[in-house]
Write a protein that binds this ligand. Structure first.
Ligand SMILES: [Zn+2]
Ligand SMILES: [Zn+2]
Length: 401
């Protein structure tokens, strides 16, 4: 136990740990060293992990009984070669914490330690979830499959936001991050001599028609007030200059915020592809994969998180709709909660090889999440008709940590 340590030490310690995480990033589902490090660091503060069947990742409980408030961090890095140089650049070739999950991990680790110091004051339990594999959208489902959320009342999570300044906070009620769909398309034409296209079925020409026609989904089929983006991101075909290839493969993604629009986009996409296939007498195969749903923040908990951020000294603003995906959505489909953005003031965006989120966000955010969990417990406790002790207005002040 290290209760004699001051929180200035903790602030420094979190920076040291975050830099270590940044130097040794691990890909989705491979966060073995990261998990071991967390176990070790938490143990230094007398926090031991719960026994769940996760291959990587870690869950700890602080406090006792009900209600239960969960805080979630994500652990994984990306297959990107880091291009920035500082004293804690990634030491793993081709792997980088380019989404700042090392920052998130340090924040929630800090919150866990601060909550441990206040354990006797908690009106219930805080479950800390260090989730693996966010980037391939499998980690949240693994957490759910292990029943880790079954007794949780409300969940909070964060993402750093490079476009927000340090000390700035943003979230919104309802839809926030997008529904993410992925599509693979195979246009099956018929190869021919480039000089005699009429003897084949030119898959490149047909695929080109398709790429252009798909843009009619957002401009002509979906209400323009609804979010709808269809992006073709890969086209592969052909291997020489004088032969028309038989096939073209396309890949891309669609982003929306409402469930209804998500369904309509898929429907229109398939209709347009079928129409073009019929017009040119070819087959067009579509493999449509549903990624994470939109992150839908619970109105009450989004407001609660915002009010607390203001009280903790953050500059608060309403977040814009976000076109990225986040598997935190899977939790919010099961229980209420809120996902929030904390400014990381990086001149390069997420997933960029020079992304460099400002680590000064860590300690204030750790204090914020500890206070948020504590305040949410009080709120849940007071609404559950439980005994009145610990429920004075004074206790609702978040400045305890
Ligand atoms: Zn990411
Ligand atoms: Zn991320």
């Amino acid at each position: 136990m290290t209760s004699h340590r001051t929180n200035i030490d903790l602030q420094q310690q979190l920076l040291v740990w975050r830099r270590e995480l940044h130097q040794f990033p691990e890909l989705s589902g491979q966060e073995h060293q990261t998990t071991a490090r967390l176990q070790d660091w938490l143990a230094q503060f007398g926090i031991s992990s719960q026994q769940y069947g996760l291959t990587t990742g870690l869950v700890v409980d602080i406090g006792q009984g009900q209600p239960v408030v969960a805080l979630r961090a994500d652990l994984d890095a990306l297959p990107i070669q880091e291009q920035s140089s500082h004293d804690h650049t990634s030491t793993v070739a081709g792997v980088m914490h380019a989404c700042g999950h090392d920052l998130h991990t340090a924040v929630i680790l800090g919150a866990a330690i601060l909550l441990k110091q206040q354990e006797h004051n908690l009106s219930g339990r805080v479950r800390i979830i260090f989730q693996p594999a966010e980037e391939n959208y499998s980690g949240a489902y693994a957490v759910l499959a292990q029943g880790i959320l079954t007794d949780v009342d409300v969940i909070f999570g964060m993402h750093n936001e490079p476009n927000l300044a340090l000390g700035h906070f943003a979230t919104r009620q309802g839809a926030f991050y997008a529904n993410v769909d992925k599509f693979n398309v195979l246009v099956k034409g018929k190869g021919a001599h480039a000089g005699r296209p009429h003897e084949g079925q030119d898959a490149i020409y047909i695929a080109s028609q398709l790429v252009v026609a798909l843009q009619a989904i957002s401009s002509r089929r979906i209400d323009t007030l609804e979010t709808c983006v269809v992006s073709v991101t890969q086209i592969h075909a052909g291997n020489t200059w004088n032969v028309l290839p038989a096939t073209v493969s396309l890949e891309g993604t669609a982003r929306t915020h409402s469930k209804a629009t998500r369904q309509l986009v898929e429907q229109h996409f398939k209709q347009i592809a079928a129409g073009i296939a019929s017009a040119y007498g070819v087959e067009i195969e579509i493999d449509w994969q549903h990624g994470p749903a939109a992150v839908i923040n619970h109105p009450h908990w989004a407001d609660f998180a915002t009010t607390l951020a203001e009280q903790q000294g953050y500059q608060v603003q309403q977040a814009d709709l976000h076109l990225g995906g986040e598997d935190f959505a899977a939790y919010l489909e099961q229980i209420p909660g809120a996902f929030v953005s904390i400014g990381s003031a990086s001149s390069y965006g997420l997933h960029h090889p020079e992304f460099h989120g400002n680590e000064a966000l860590i300690y204030p955010a750790a204090q914020y999440f500890a206070a948020l969990a504590q305040a949410a417990l009080w709120e849940l406790h007071s609404n559950s008709g439980a005994p009145e002790q610990h429920l004075s207005k004074h206790h609702l002040s978040p400045n305890i940590i």
